[in-house]
Design a protein around this ligand. Sequence first.
Ligand code: XIL
Length: 387
Amino acid sequence: MFKNSSHSRRRFLYVGLSGLAGATAVAVGKNIKPIYYSHVFDKPKRDFRVTGQNPLKKRAAAKGLIYGAACGRDLLASDKNLEACIIRECGVLTPENELKWQFLRPRPNVFDFSRADWMAKFARTHNMLFQGHTLVWHSQLPDWFKEVVNRQNAEKFLVEHITTVTKHYAGQIHSWDVVNEAIEPKDRLKAGLRQSPWLKFLGPDYIELAYRVTAQTDPKAMLVYNENDLEHDTPEHEAKRTAVLKLLERLKSRGTPIHALGIQSHLLGHSSLNAKKLRNFLSNVTSFGLKILITELDVIDQKLPSDPIVRDRMIAGMYEDYLSIVLDERAVIAVLTWGLSDKHSWLPMFLPRSDGLPVRPLPFDSNFKPKLAWNAIARAFDQAPKR
Ligand code: XIL
């Protein structure tokens, strides 16, 4: 976890001596003591103890922070345990899919708000803020999009979409992820922009346009740029951090109405963090006058050992290490996990484990019992400086 520490050197040595192939993707056999992972090595006495019984939303609120989670309508409407858990723990709710084009626009000239409205009402009824995810994205576009949208009409579609949706929810949305994942340096385009249909049809200014249109129809909402793969100490994440800073700088210098960066934070359980680089990045973001939200936090355990006890400690370690770094930055105002219980996560579908075991990325287990990850988040909130 902590790069260049003597612990990680010891870990490396141990892994080398034990003849294992690497520190990350090693399945732990039943009789092997799982001591070659950083959390166990770095902090063998780490106990993830918390005081009191307060739910996460209360611990966050005590520090001027907001905690919440993403969730889908169908699950929330059918799983009473999930419903109770969300109501108890969350101060903000994000519809996991219901505000995406795919769900809102069954046909080019038809908007179906029924599912997202249900969620907005749920949030209102239970005194939660409502988060808007997302207006402009390259993914989860409806099937008709490819046939219908082109260079000539793309601007009309984009403006009409944003205007209609933000008007429908004006005044009800705490923060809009106006543009999601516009950067992908691997696509090797100018300024690290992603090869998305919006870029192809409208050029780079589609991003600025989206913020201006949103600000016009929902002037009260916080307007967020949301991005993934910004968290770890890898060249890919470093390249993305650099490109995102350039994008934010450009948007701000042109007077674009943008208020915050959303750092998705789908953390890789097997990858390291570099506190110094991460802190620098956050501080550079704040230098543009922006707030920061942790928008989609979970810990991907695809390459972690099979043993659930070992795995849960490592996942909790990642939660606490990451949150203790980012929450030191007072511009970070909210933390949302992408789901709440391991019973419902996007990861089994997108990043399953090769041993076929269930993934354990979230604060509650599949029976809605709090895991060490819950303790880790609670501890990070309890130790965070007050906003
Ligand atoms: C995911 C949802 O969780 C899945 O249900 C859906 O099938 C695909 O999208 N980054 C994002 C989210 O911004 O919208 C994605 O959500 C997860 C990655």
